[in-house]
Write a protein that binds this ligand. Sequence first.
Ligand SMILES: NC(=O)c1ccc[n+]([C@@H]2O[C@H](COP(=O)([O-])OP(=O)(O)OC[C@H]3O[C@@H](n4cnc5c(N)ncnc54)[C@H](OP(=O)(O)O)[C@@H]3O)[C@@H](O)[C@H]2O)c1
Length: 249
Amino acid sequence: MDITDLGTVLQKVNRFRPELILNTAAFTDVDQNEIFPDQSFRVNALGPRNVAVAARLVGARLVHFSTDFVFDGKKQGAYQEWDHPNPLSVYGKVKLAGEELIRQTYGMHYIVRTSWLFGENGKNLLSTLHEKLLAKQNVRVISDQTGSPTYSLDLARAVKMLVQSPAFGTYHLSNSGCCSRFELAKEAAALLNCPEHLITPITGRELNLPAARPESSVLDNYCWRLMGFPPLRHYRLAYREFLQEQGVH
Ligand SMILES: NC(=O)c1ccc[n+]([C@@H]2O[C@H](COP(=O)([O-])OP(=O)(O)OC[C@H]3O[C@@H](n4cnc5c(N)ncnc54)[C@H](OP(=O)(O)O)[C@@H]3O)[C@@H](O)[C@H]2O)c1
């Protein structure tokens, strides 16, 4: 269903009357968001508002996914949940607006900010890189952006734990550890037995993309930790397991 269509969202949710809704729908191409800001606001801000209205209608708990891009990346150190957001891009702004519209609409929410997802399905942080490295193609990778790569399976497991408790609110959930995109690419090359010289570091500025990205958007899972949940493992462990499951490593 199209989450921008409030009537349809209400109708579907009312029909199935779920106890729990996970909203993973989003317009995620950061540069396209810059080019199509109305569509960006419609999907990433009004869409989550619509889902929250529907969740309220049936009393369902709502999990909504947000992003490290709500921050400007200028902080020395990792971002905690109540650090002041200051998005640099349209994508970051509308994701933040989506969070705020959910908070205004309905209390039974978990807003989960995560970062740099990789996993089995879809195009993601690592899929294009793997394709190119395995085809022995040269890749240019940004070296001046740092974040926490996060395995979608680890995120799903954490969310499953989180929703057992009615501790509604905003959470950062990323794997531990952090790296630059270039460092991650070098790790990928080593694990895939591909020569490191295929990877050339470049700056974000050199790529001249429409949307600005935060330089360092490492998330600290602070609320998660305070609540006594077990830390998410280091992204390197998660990455190795992911490759093993793919039969690559
Ligand atoms: N990937 C990351 O690194 C990352 C990092 C931080 C946060 N997040 C957040 O995590 C969530 C999931 O991200 P993802 O990487 O899985 O995104 P994704 O692969 O781009 O998937 C988003 C999905 O939303 C669907 N969608 C787009 N517009 C829609 C609409 N109007 N109604 C219903 N569905 C719609 C898309 O369908 P179509 O393909 O048919 O358009 C797609 O299936 C998003 O909220 C994103 O902001 C992702």
